[in-house]
Design a protein around this ligand. Structure first.
Ligand code: GLA
Length: 379
């Protein structure tokens, strides 16, 4: 089993920043996330139930003189971002960072010249929100250096704007909001219509397992945007503001079979968020298993965002010892699945998943742990 490598990125960042810049004025750790249920519901004003992970992204930042950000990101390279024209000539990997500067300028928040050192323990493009973790970490560091107080909801909205307006991915609010606002040991249910957050403890006999298929995707590839468009067209056809308020009987009368399937996933998935959270509160593992299985089937068959690798790892997980339930997680097409696992069976579960999973040349990895806290900032 690969243990959760919490803290490795932080150690590397602190060592590198000390050697190249000096003592940091602020250090930020922003976790990744997995979503237990409520997939492709956030941009339909629906419900989601994510948790933050122990592994994440660290940024060390120091004020410097000048009119730019000097960025060093492990595995990507070095770049300089001009504060007056942040998107100019910026390499693709740094768009998420330059977008943070651009969004701050757009919303009247000054950014001070600084040197940022960045590293992550998160796999990139694996559906555990490495992009949102980077954006929340950078925005938090910039806000702290400039002396701005900013709420979890406000910073999450800024990170979503970075993705939507500057990177070009039409993602929803789930990822940045759980990264900004999660509580250790708790599942965070978000009502995405008004951003109400409810924190529900999860029995510490149950651990969260992240199952990485080793396959990767890019949300900017277009399939995510296609799903979002289909949901909007289905809502318009049904005469509702969003699929949150669509009725299943009405959805089943949609004449376009593709819109019918997409809308059916969203309506049934919103119901599954409430079913799973009731089962978590009651410790009802049979219902957790059934609801997660139904969620995976709906994403595979109605929303069509699973993949052979994701299906294979979920099949392997549900057959493994100690598994309460498993499903794909995040945007889909590749990346990770999530499982709830009896804690005492973690080692046997991990071995069985790794042995049972076969998908071409891809090698699986498994991380297990309790839900972690959201972003932390130290000065
Ligand atoms: C990606 C997006 C989220 C959400 C999920 C699917 O992670 O960033 O906003 O839509 O896909 O639930």
């Amino acid at each position: 089993m690969e243990a959760t490598p919490a803290g490795d990125a932080r150690t590397r960042v602190l060592t590198r920043h000390a050697a190249t810049v000096g003592t940091p004025h602020v250090i930020v750790n922003a976790p990744g996330r997995v979503n237990l249920i409520g997939e492709h519901t956030d941009y339909n004003d629906g419900y989601v139930a994510p948790v933050a992970l122990a592994m994440g992204t660290t940024v060390a930042a120091s004020r410097i003189t000048g009119d730019h950000l000097r960025v060093t990101a492990a595995g990507f390279g070095d770049t300089v971002i001009n504060l007056a024209d942040p998107m100019r000539d910026v390499p693709e990997w740094a768009q998420h960072i330059a977008g943070c500067v651009a969004v701050c300028a757009h919303h009247g928040k000054d950014v001070v010249a600084s040197a940022l050192t960045i590293d992550t323990d998160l796999p990139v493009g694996a559906g555990v929100s490495s992009s949102a973790a980077l954006e929340i970490a950078v925005l938090s560091a910039l806000a702290s250096l400039a002396g701005h107080e900013i709420t979890p909801t406000a910073i999450a909205r800024l990170a979503q704007k970075v993705e939507n307006d500057w990177v070009g991915v039409p993602s929803g609010i789930m990822d940045p909001l759980v990264i900004a606002g999660a509580r250790a040991g708790h599942v965070m249910v978000i009502d995405c219509a008004d951003l109400t957050m409810t924190h529900t403890p999860i029995n510490d006999d149950i651990t969260i397992a992240v199952l990485d298929t080793g396959t990767r995707r890019r949300l900017a590839d277009g399939a995510y945007g296609d799903r979002r468009d289909a949901c909007e067209r289905a809502a318009a056809t049904l005469g509702v503001a969003s699929l949150r308020t669509a009725d299943l009987d009405a959805v089943n009368t949609l004449s376009d079979p593709l819109l019918r399937r997409r809308a059916r996933h969203v309506v049934t998935e919103n119901a599954r968020v409430h079913q799973l959270m009731a089962a978590v509160a009651d410790g009802d593992t049979a219902t957790m298993r059934a609801v997660m299985a139904a969620g995976h089937a709906s994403l595979r068959d109605d929303f069509e965002v699973s993949s052979p690798a994701l299906d294979a790892i979920v099949t392997s997980a549900v057959a493994a010892p100690g598994c309460v339930g498993a499903r794909m997680t995040g945007g889909g097409f590749a990346g990770c699945a999530v499982a709830l696992v009896h804690r005492e069976a973690t080692a046997a579960f991990t071995t069985a998943v790794l042995d049972g999973y076969a998908s071409g040349d891809h090698r699986a990895r498994v991380w297990c742990g309790p839900p972690a806290a959201g972003v932390t900032i130290s000065t």
